[in-house]
Ligand binder design. Structure first.
Ligand code: TRP
Length: 340
């Protein structure tokens, strides 16, 4: 099979399940903005509401969380003119191709997904069928755009391998090189944002302590206070990263500083070696407030005008469908479905 060339296109998605925090921003959204600005690819960013409902969502919460996620994208610098910004259920071809992929993927493949095993746990009999099929819909999200590059966190790597398996099997079963074999774009360790109360645990919306995370909606005071109270140790900052190997709380703050200031962690240490954390935290709070407080302010402004958010998403869906409708049509045609 000769391999056709595909337009370089980025696709990524985030679940609108609420409570966005610094981990979402530094681990995903900030990188989405950089890929948009690089102008090397077309960029498509998606709120995956159909994935969110694989576990129960209160309808009012889902509506609000979807708009809030959209607001966070825009406030962070995703430009709905430069990127295609969409809500998954408003582009029906995702679900349509998802069904096709349910017929391509094998039960065994799905059963091996670690996220399925973690989320379903001992109660698999009671999990939704949608939760089991989650990775198949995710493959459809990506492949219905013929996307070539998918920036995700480490935890999604297995789902991207499955996306490659689905594309390969479809191409093989029908003897056409129709779907691209995607490249994962996994970000390095520096963007793993850990809890401010325990540097060995990921920052998480499900941590009962609000002080453990910086929420994207936190104002300047809250941001500065949480950084001041972040867990550290009594030692001064070392002059190289190896000196932080056994100091997860300290390392986390240095990494957060580096990511927010667009610096190498080593460059942060070059500037702050020998400082105590009392002092370093003041500098970190300054950078964090400078970068994050305007985003929170802009999110609040956007959330005051939900009609405007909905218009942006409507327009995004129209632009998306210029890509997805022809690709789905071709896939149906390849499989022998009558198009008239
Ligand atoms: N599963 C992803 C997550 O939980 C979200 C997602 C859904 C996604 N569809 C996608 C990410 C397509 C990248 C591409 O983070």
């Amino acid at each position: 099979m000769s391999t056709p060339s595909f337009t370089p296109r980025v696709f990524s998605g985030i679940q609108p399940s609420g409570d966005l925090h610094l981990g979402n921003y530094l681990g995903a959204i900030k990188n989405f903005v950089e890929m948009q600005e690089a102008r090397e690819y077309e960029t498509v960013y998606c709120m995956v509401d159909l994935h969110a409902i694989t576990t129960w969502q209160d309808p009012a919460d889902l509506r609000r969380n979807t708009r809030e996620l959209c607001a966070s994208f825009i406030a962070s610098g995703i430009d709905p003119e430069k990127s295609i910004l969409i809500n998954q259920s408003q582009v029906p071809e995702h679900a349509q191709l998802g069904w096709v992929f349910n017929c391509v993927a094998r039960m065994g493949w799905m059963g091996r997904m670690t996220q399925w095993k973690d989320k379903a746990g001992k109660n698999a009999e009671n999990a939704s069928l949608g939760l089991f099929a989650y990775p198949s819909l995710m493959a459809a999200d990506i492949l219905v755009y013929h996307a070539t590059h998918v920036p995700v966190g480490d935890d999604q790597k297995q789902h991207l391998e499955l996306t490659r398996d689905i594309a390969t099997k479809f191409n093989h079963d029908f003897g056409v090189p129709f779907f691209p074999i995607i490249e994962p774009v996994i970000k390095g360790a520096a963007t793993r944002v850990m809890s401010l109360r325990d540097g060995s645990k990921k920052m998480s919306k499900s941590d009962p302590s609000d002080a453990s995370r910086i929420n994207m909606t936190d104002d300047a005071d809250a941001i500065a206070r949480k950084i001041r109270k972040a867990k550290t140790d009594p030692d001064p900052l070392p002059d190289n990263m190896a000196g932080l190997a056994e100091r997860p709380d300290a390392r986390n703050l240095v990494n957060i500083y580096a990511a927010l200031a667009d610096m190498d962690p080593q460059a942060v240490l070059d500037q702050h070696a020998g400082s105590l954390f009392g002092h370093f935290k003041l500098a970190l709070a300054d950078v964090a407030v400078e970068k994050l407080a305007p985003i929170a302010g802009e999110m609040a402004r956007l959330m005051d005008d939900p009609g405007e958010i909905d218009r942006i998403l409507g327009r995004g869906a129209e632009r998306a469908r210029e890509i997805t409708v022809p690709i789905l049509e071709q896939a149906y045609d390849i499989m022998g479905m009558i198009r008239s």
